[in-house]
Design a protein around this ligand. Structure first.
Ligand SMILES: [Mg+2]
Length: 363
């Protein structure tokens, strides 16, 4: 079996960069008086009665047990004297663009995966020491230009680079060379694998699987019986095998699918089922590219080639197939006039990068 530990010229060197508590750091940069204080960005806590959640918080706030996505009311109980701020997205987007421009200027394949995270494929450098030198320079350049620190992981695969960037936060630089790949992964709790959430972690614990080493060694048939086919990818990751490439996707503006019926049809059930299948496919595409969309467009071509399309822009970005499906069916109802349909299509556009961790389904 081919392993992820190949050496020589085919060795990949992947860099993953993640800004440190990004929103909070931007706020502190704006108002240096906040430095050293617990700062929480998110919904208005309204003296503990606020609804909504924590977007992010400074490391000082984390010391009180505050985490992203926690209800803001709970954060208020844990740390009522924290500085609570509403998010300033235009500023975060501007700083993010500055950081991404610095990364792009290095001239390597580049993939932004969220507002403050990106991969670079440094394989061309050939050896890890050269990649480490570049990582140090990138950290310095970002600090000089934005005043912000980031954490970087360097590893032979994307998943391991991502795990590595997270392990020495803040201001970390973690190098996992091929010969250390398994000793790095083995003792880590399974939760460190991006995509393993609370539920999967609990299920794995129940099976006696606590560390990545446990997962790598577990009987794959039992894992498949419990988690389905996705268990294969999961065990590969645990074994350090991950062939995912750094995908540049400049210029990708939309994903779409359409299908022509073998016979023109006005069968509402068949039309609805076809729309479901098309929706599932475009949503899978979205997930593969770590994207969220806001605009859903449905296209119907009737007998005689009369084509009607209708689009709707959602209030929020989404990657959720159920949301997209609901929107697609509403649009379809609006433009379906009862005549026989020849072709049906769906297109998703208005993309935003999303956090890969949120996109990998919790199996
Ligand atoms: Mg970050």
């Amino acid at each position: 079996m081919e392993s992820g530990f190949a050496s020589g010229t085919s060795q990949r060197i992947i860099l993953h960069l993640d800004m440190d508590s990004f929103y909070a750091s931007v706020e502190i940069q704006k108002r240096p008086g906040l430095r050293g204080k617990p700062v929480i960005i998110g919904a208005d806590p309204k003296n503990g009665k606020g609804r909504g959640v924590v977007a992010t918080c400074s490391y000082e706030a984390r010391a009180f047990g505050i985490r992203s996505a926690m209800p803001i009311s709970q954060a208020f109980i844990l740390c009522p004297h924290a500085v609570f701020l509403p998010p300033d997205f235009p500023r975060y987007v501007k700083v993010s663009a500055d950081v991404m421009a610095i990364l792009k200027a290095q001239g390597f394949p580049h993939q932004q995966v969220s507002i403050d995270e990106a991969f670079l494929d440094l394989s061309r450098l050939g050896v890890f020491p050269a990649a480490t030198d570049l990582a140090v320079r990138i950290k310095d350049t970002i600090l000089t230009h934005t005043g912000l620190t980031c954490s970087i992981g360097l590893a032979p695969t994307k998943v391991v680079a991502k795990i590595a960037s997270d392990i020495n936060k803040p201001n970390g630089l973690t190098l996992v060379e091929p010969e250390n790949l398994f000793s790095f992964l083995a003792p880590l709790p399974v939760r460190k694998i991006p995509g393993i959430g609370k539920k999967t972690e609990a299920d794995l614990f129940e099976m006696g699987i606590r560390t990545i080493k446990d997962l790598a060694a577990y009987d794959i048939q039992v894992l498949i019986a419990r988690f389905g086919r996705s268990a294969i990818a999961l065990q590969d990751i645990a074994a350090g095998i991950d062939r995912e490439e750094v995908k540049e996707r400049d210029g990708m503006k939309s994903v779409s699918r359409e299908t022509t019926f073998t016979e023109d049809t006005d069968d509402v059930k068949l039309i609805a089922a076809t729309m479901d299948a098309l929706t599932e496919e475009v949503c899978r595409n979205l997930t593969d590219e770590s994207l969220h969309c806001r605009t859903v467009t449905v296209k119907v071509r009737y007998q005689g080639f009369i084509t009607r399309t209708k689009a709707r822009t959602l209030p929020h970005y989404t990657g959720d197939p159920a949301t997209v499906r609901m929107c697609a069916h509403t649009l379809l109802r609006d433009i379906f006039c009862g005549q026989k349909i020849r072709l049906l299509g769906i297109r998703l556009s208005s993309f935003d990068m999303c956090d890969a961790r949120q996109m990998i389904l919790d199996v």
